[in-house]
Write a protein that binds this ligand. Structure first.
Ligand SMILES: NC(=O)c1ccc[n+]([C@@H]2O[C@H](COP(=O)([O-])OP(=O)(O)OC[C@H]3O[C@@H](n4cnc5c(N)ncnc54)[C@H](O)[C@@H]3O)[C@@H](O)[C@H]2O)c1
Length: 261
């Protein structure tokens, strides 16, 4: 489905980004893993492929446009082109809504919303000048959103706001690029068992409360998000753009709670 495609993934040192990198390589793609955390990112990349032929690490802070531009230039120098860009890097800040500080708000918005905007804009500028591949695609952009792009948790308001913005950005860029050979879609994960989720998993009360809102009665695995990214990166989603797919064990459709033993 995605054999020989070249993908850039931001925030790929761990969690969902890393799972996407691993799954993409398994499916025959070449991946540039990128993260603000260089040591963890290099270790993750070497774990996937220490030859450097299929996986390569490039440092990038997605809140800085010049770092993203340099990421795309270096990725093209390494692998020749960029077929897929996954704007995955994201952070959360927990605070009472009346105590939330301006700096914390700015920081979350600058990584989760500005970072996804800049990654998509710079990706599209690079992709638009590329020759189309055999499927007629110049490039694919995938934005990592969240169920919190449509549902709300007041204690993480900046995160919720950022993901709502990401969904609208997915529509804007998707429509703007629709007849230029670039497709743009989003993924909205529910509760996925990454480090981010571990603090919830460690608290029995919080864990029960998450499961009571999850019809499948379990958190998702990072690879279950990665497999949807493969679908969106492939020609199997050829008539989709501007859309966000929710990978949430049924939570979005739930109008009450489910019993948890
Ligand atoms: N885990 C979940 O349950 C869940 C649910 C919904 C959405 N998501 C989204 O999925 C994405 C990945 O989340 P995760 O659970 O894997 O989290 P994670 O914390 O394991 O991974 C996020 C990665 O982003 C990196 N990062 C942070 N700031 C950065 C910056 N400025 N520039 C570049 N990289 C930066 C971190 O170093 C980290 O490696 C995020 O956008 C998150 O909002 C996760």
């Amino acid at each position: 489905m995605i054999e020989n495609k070249v993908a850039i993934i931001t925030g790929a040192a761990g969690g969902i980004g890393y799972a996407c990198a691993r799954r993409f390589i398994e499916e025959g793609a070449k991946v540039v893993l990128s993260d603000i955390e260089e040591e963890r990112g290099i270790a993750a990349t070497q774990k996937l492929d220490d030859s450097g032929e299929k996986a390569h690490f490039i440092h990038c802070d997605v809140s800085k446009s010049r770092e993203i531009e340099s990421l795309f230039v270096k990725a093209r120098e390494k692998f020749g082109r960029v077929d897929v860009a996954i704007a995955n890097a994201g952070i959360v800040h927990v605070a009472d809504i009346l105590e939330l500080e301006e700096e914390a708000f700015d920081q979350v918005i600058s990584v989760n919303l500005k970072g996804v905007f800049l990654t998509g804009q710079i990706a599209a500028r690079h992709m638009i000048g590329q020759e189309p591949d055999e499927d007629g695609s110049r490039g694919i952009i995938i934005n990592m959103s969240s169920l919190n792009g449509v549902l709300a948790i007041p204690e993480i308001a900046p995160y919720v706001i950022s993901k709502g913005g990401v969904n609208q950005w997915t529509k804007c860029l998707g429509i703007a690029m629709a007849n230029r050979g670039i497709r743009v879609n989003g993924i909205g994960p529910g509760s996925i068992a990454t480090e981010l989720f571990q603090t919830i998993a460690d608290s029995p009360d919080k864990y029960r409360s998450v499961l009571s809102r999850t019809p499948m009665l379990r958190p998702g695995e990072p690879d279950e998000v990665a497999k949807v990214a493969v679908f969106l990166a492939s020609n199997y989603s050829s008539y989709m753009t501007g859309e966000t797919i929710y990978v949430d064990g049924g939570r979005m459709g739930l109008n009450y709670v489910v019993p948890v033993d």
